[in-house]
Design a protein around this ligand. Sequence first.
Ligand code: DI6
Ligand code: FE
Length: 401
Amino acid sequence: MKTLWHNCHAASMANGSYSIIENAAIVTEGAHIAWIGPHSELPDQGDIRAFDLSGAWVTPGLIDCHTHTVFGGNRSGEFEQRLQGVSYADIAAAGGGIASTVRATRAATEEQLYASAERGLQHLLKDGVTTVEIKSGYGLDLASERKILRVIRQLGEKLPVTVRSTCLAAHALPPEYKDRADDYIAHICSEMLPALAAENLVDAVDAFCEYLAFSPEQVEQVFITAGQLGLPVKLHAEQLSSLHGSSLAARYQALSADHLEFMTEDDAIAMAASGTVAVLLPGAFYFLRETQLPPMDALRKHGVKIAIATDLNPGTSPGLSLRLMLNMACTLFRMTPEEALAGATLHAATALGMADTHGSLEVGKVADFVAWNIERPADLAYWLGGDLDKRVVRHGVESTF
Ligand code: DI6
Ligand code: FE
């Protein structure tokens, strides 16, 4: 069954870059886009069901390509401590930080984790997100990581959103392995990843490469195992210091390297060569009051694709709006609204290995799009959050919230 969506303009992102069609029409057939172009060129569709979009701007459904949505508790107390001058690293060294969320997550039931994650995810969906990546990483043992990954799968089954699941078992050192990081990495590689992959709970593998987490050598072991299991990799790299994790990620053809404030130009050259997407997370930059900016000039000069995501997590980015992150990417990182929007659609799809099916409005792609009641596409990065007037279409069908 075909449907015509008309009386609209489209920020289509066609052919791999920001692009627009004024006075556009879109024809969907089932879950896919069958035709898109200027309305004046629309071939006769006969008697077709039609929806008038009242002059809206249509964008691809937003894609949040980096979140940690499933966790127990929250860390607003640490937020207050940091406002008093205690650093993120100091809090982590004193047993807080990720470790405190691990305790709360281990103590929570699958049902409790589902309920709180669903609440968080609803905020993103109301903001126009139709695809989201969610990482584990607050369990850090087989049973607890499995519990989180099962919740991630359930979210994708029950909510109107496409969910990609990433195993981030190498997020932090669990207390059982204190001073034995190599042993924990060996456990991840020999037990955890093979078991979780066999249960079809994992779409990609991530790690935290940082002086307060895992070394490049340890991350490499995780990448080798992921490769043996046929899983793509991603990496938290260069967030707090420069260990050249992003170059390592590029060597392993990673889908993305994320954060990147401390990356060098050589890292950017390596990422450009491997097509590894730079996922920038302005919410974490802002919330940690970071001052080291990601090297925007080097990323642009070498043609690295740049995505923007919320990093939704309880410690460094309790960010419930992807559009707010577009604003922050512009105000803090000096991206243009066009770059930011491409970063939350087109390049976010590439960062998830989904560029063939998602991220732009093109014939054959999945019909996930948002019709925004706005004057110009830049308005999406202009308003600071808020529930903008919009219609969300997923798999060719209008979603209601
Ligand atoms: N970097 C981050 O910003 C999050 N994880 C990571 O590797 C923070 C996670 C947390 O503090 O709970
Ligand atoms: Fe993260």
